[in-house]
Design a protein. Structure first.
Length: 319
């Protein structure tokens, strides 16, 4: 990517989606239904194609392997690849369930297999997923086995409904219990809670400015590590107890060195916030979410890099 002069995350993701994803999705209308499970997080994110996507996202952001997989997808505005499989399978169903062709006959024959108590056939797996998303007109999987064939064949699944229901299913599965103050959240899931409360652009009309600005890749990676909880701030250092992950560069007592403290609160960086070149970043963005997602991402990258270089001690000097 660097040799091609691609210096935005959105462009890198577009190249990946154009060259790699079509290969990974080849024939998924046939085999994809066998990966449509939602009973836990691993069943959603541990399939081989999703692993390829997550590895690519970690590579272009420079994040370590232990960051939340869900927040990584959220920061790119992506849903798990299951959503694509389900939409493509639904397209095959909608187009052929009533068609007078070989594929239509095959799906209807498969439907008879399902009603004969075969739970592993394509139709059974597809309709199980649709019933879990409450898209089968209120008919559960067990009643579908005894439902009139003509009723099942009349079912159609709209793309908008599928995206809406599966997005809600993912939110129910991955979203943590909200906390008024992310700093008080329990250690398990704290990174996801913090991302949801402070970073996620989903509550700002999905303005993903951080994906579209052009800058040297080391600056972009610094910003992405900060957004995703993979920076060198002490709040992300799990080798030390959480109560002592305090800021070492300011006079504040017992203040955890997290993203909000580093960017908006730490008195050691007050001169950067008031400097005429950077003050516009802070003028109208006093809360963490609007600050980190503002349009001036290139300027934000530079201010973060300069503050880190001139104020925060290096890991070597602390050892």
């Amino acid at each position: 990517m660097r040799d091609l002069g691609v210096n935005t995350l959105a462009a890198q993701l577009r190249i990946f989606n154009t060259t790699v994803i079509p290969v990974c999705l080849y024939g998924c209308q046939v085999w994809g239904v066998y990966h449509l499970r939602f009973h836990n997080q691993d069943s959603v994110l541990n399939n081989p194609v999703q692993k390829v996507i997550l590895t690519f996202l970690r590579t272009i952001t420079g994040c370590h392997a232990h960051i939340s997989r869900w927040t990584l997808l959220q920061d790119f505005g992506l849903l798990p690849v299951q959503a694509t499989w389900l939409r493509l399978c639904a397209r095959i169903w909608n187009k052929n369930i009533g068609a007078d062709n070989i594929l239509g006959e095959t799906i209807r024959s498969d439907l008879h297999l399902m009603q004969g108590c075969n739970s592993q056939c394509w139709t059974a797996r597809f309709l199980l997923c649709m019933s879990q998303l409450d898209l089968t007109q209120g008919i559960g999987q067990a009643p579908l086995r005894h439902c009139d064939i003509s009723v099942i064949c009349s079912m159609r699944f709209a793309k908008s409904q599928i995206v809406s229901r599966i997005s809600q299913a993912y939110n129910d599965l991955f979203s943590p219990t909200p906390h008024d103050n992310p700093r008080d959240a329990p250690s398990k899931g704290a990174a996801t809670i913090k991302y949801t409360a402070w970073i996620s652009p989903a509550h700002l009309h999905h303005h993903y400015h951080h994906l579209h600005f052009s800058a040297p890749m080391h600056l972009i990676k610094n910003l992405m590590r900060l957004r995703l909880g993979s920076s060198q701030l002490r709040c992300n250092d799990h080798t030390i107890p959480r109560p002592i992950r305090t800021c070492l560069v300011c006079s504040s007592i017992n203040e955890m060195e997290d993203e909000q403290h580093f960017l908006l609160e730490c008195p050691a960086y007050a001169h950067f916030r008031s400097h005429m070149h950077w003050s516009s970043l802070f003028a109208h963005n006093t809360d963490m979410r609007s600050f980190i997602n503002q349009r001036a991402q290139f300027k934000l990258c530079h201010s973060q890099c300069r503050a880190t270089a001139h104020g925060r001690p290096s890991a070597r000097s602390l050892s």
